[in-house]
Design a protein. Structure first.
Length: 578
């Protein structure tokens, strides 16, 4: 009996933990590339994750914890072979804004709150995977994301003014912080500003002329060398101080229900951003390396990584584009590179953290300032502002919302604006009176001074589903066209090829419109009734009410019938669609 159970348990375990297949199918020739890629990822991530921890007011080791745990967890549950999961600048900024009012400047409290955010956002991701609702992230449209990223970049730059100038700032909100910094410019520490400006310049120059060189690592090594050589701490340059040695321990965050309730909106926003960034990254590298990505498996992998990172004193994570690119370029073939990176980072935590004690704070500020610049998609902004004016307004207002109200309210404001814009467009969609082009049929010619209509017949195309919020606009347009027609209308032809849906309210409106037109001697005809539209008409009884003879395969067929008089111009006796 036990022998029978074993073959079934292995596939079941593989379904729950698909990464286990790595060890069954791993090839020896992949190992060298995976080891090199893993070590490279570890080396370049250390300065960045420490900077992200400082952004949230956490002790530096928590950035290392947040990097370590997902490197171990994601390979077993995710579907990508190249994606490196870990702390991200945009999500870290969102967390910083969410926990600041609750932490009160206490690093230990901030660590508990960020761990809670990771735990709750991970639960949201796992619930999403269970419900198979990966498409919910599509509510974060491109204009909203661009607006959010731009606002986040400005907030991030403002948050680093204190570190760059070497002055204390107390306001956390964007506009008050700028005002406070302006009033304290005379307190700037010259050596800190000089060092910071030099480090920022080095990063930009390296990114411009040597993009494959790990700029953050170069800056930190240079800053550490200068700190030891010139005793910068004694000259008034702030350093990060002691960094705890050792691996993170399991710890359930100690927070109140009130704090959890306060963090729920931010946790939901983090979950959406985590999945959006993670799935786009996974799909890009999956396409490059010729394998399929499973969206709900990505939700599962990111969710488990978030939950376990929160339980091991870390904070929320997502796929990292920079580290994934390094992994792929260095020859990483499988998830083994992530596990190698985890092993290297664990060794650093156990033995090498004292090296960071004299690292100047301004070096981390320079990394974050450059990171803020990378958040802004200048080319996408130019394209949207040039070709999509409405979307540009949404992006700009989202940016203002983020700056004025904070990251989470700003994102929600942008999503609401996008949905309102969508409702506005669908409630007043474009339409057209079709005209004949000799030899080419009947078409929407817009304002072109060509083509002709048929006296007594109006051929009308509506470019949207018929739903409760636009059926009034639809019936008004039909009545307007009948009333303003130069010749008395006998047939009104609806070209329904773009109408894919019709709800109960619209069906009732169409029933009333048909009866109204008939009372005026106008017969309602329908052409191009696609399958979904026709099925709904049959379900509601409108198809029987209109009668089969009033349906046509094409506009051309209807016009021919009208001109030859082969079809009676009146419809059947009206009947309720209900």
């Amino acid at each position: 009996m036990n022998n029978d159970a074993k073959p079934e348990s292995a596939p079941a375990l593989a379904r729950w933990i698909p990464g286990l297949a790595l060890f069954r199918t791993y090839r020896r020739e992949w190992l060298a590339g995976d080891v090199l890629a893993g070590v490279s990822v570890c080396v370049i991530m250390i300065p960045s994750v420490i900077a992200y921890a400082r952004l949230m007011g956490l002790p530096p080791q928590h950035g290392l914890y947040a990097a370590l745990i997902p490197l171990v967890v994601y390979p077993f549950f995710g579907s990508s072979r190249q994606v490196i999961v870990g702390p991200d600048i945009a999500i870290s900024l969102l967390m910083a804004g969410a926990i600041a009012p609750l932490a009160g400047g206490d690093p230990a409290r901030a660590a508990m709150l960020t761990a809670t955010l990771a735990l709750v956002s991970g639960i949201f991701l796992l619930l999403g995977a269970r419900a198979k609702i990966g498409a919910v992230a599509d509510f974060l449209s491109k204009p909203v994301l661009i607006g959010y990223m731009t606002g986040a970049a400005l907030i991030l730059m403002a948050s680093q003014i204190a570190g760059l100038l070497g002055i204390p700032l107390h306001n956390q909100d964007f506009f008050p912080r700028l005002f406070e910094a302006g009033n304290k410019l005379e307190q700037t520490h010259p050596l800190t500003l000089l060092l910071g400006a030099g480090l920022v310049s080095v990063i930009f120059l390296l990114r411009r002329f040597a993009p494959k060189v790990p700029a953050a690592l170069v800056v930190c090594v240079a800053a550490l060398g200068a700190s030891f050589a010139f005793h910068l701490e004694q000259r008034g340059v702030a350093v990060i101080g002691p960094v705890s040695r050792g691996l993170p321990g399991f710890e359930i965050p100690k927070v109140t229900w009130h704090e959890i309730h306060s963090l729920l909106p931010a946790a939901l926003g983090i979950a959406l951003l985590t999945y959006t960034e993670g799935i786009l990254l996974a799909r890009a590298f999956g396409a490059k390396n010729n394998y399929e990505i499973q969206p709900n498996q990505e939700l599962t992998g990111l969710g488990f990584a978030d939950v376990l990172t929160g339980l091991f004193q870390g904070f929320a994570i997502t796929g990292s584009q920079a580290r994934t690119t390094v992994n792929d370029n260095a020859g990483g073939k499988t998830q083994m590179s992530s596990l190698v990176a985890a092993a290297a980072l664990a060794a650093f935590l156990l033995f090498l953290t004292p090296l960071l004690t004299q690292l100047p704070v301004v070096a981390l500020a320079s990394i974050l300032i450059y990171g803020a610049c990378t958040l802004v998609e200048f080319e996408a902004m130019k394209r949207i502002y040039r070709f999509y004016p409405r979307a540009a307004v949404v992006a700009a207002l989202t940016t203002l919302g983020v700056l004025a109200a904070g990251v989470v309210p700003g994102i929600l404001f942008g999503v609401v604006l996008s949905l309102l814009g969508l409702i506005s467009r669908v409630s007043h969609p474009p339409d057209a009176v079709l005209r004949e082009v000799p030899g080419h049929g009947y078409h929407d010619l817009g304002d072109a001074p060509v083509g002709q209509t048929i006296p007594g017949l109006v051929a009308f195309r509506y470019y949207a589903p018929l739903l409760f919020f636009n059926c009034g606009h639809f019936t008004d347009r039909v009545r307007q066209l009948v009333a303003t027609s130069p010749a008395p209308v006998r047939w009104f032809l609806l070209d329904a090829q773009a109408i894919t849906d019709i709800d109960e309210t619209a069906a009732e409106a169409l029933h009333i419109l048909r009866a109204d037109l008939e009372s005026k001697g106008v017969a309602l005809k329908i052409a191009h009734s696609n399958r979904p539209f026709r099925a709904i008409l049959e379900r509601t009884g409108l198809a029987r009410e209109l009668n089969e003879q009033n349906f046509f395969d094409s506009v051309h067929d209807c016009v021919n019938a009208f001109q030859t008089g082969k079809v009676a111009p009146t419809a059947a006796t009206p009947r309720s669609p209900r």
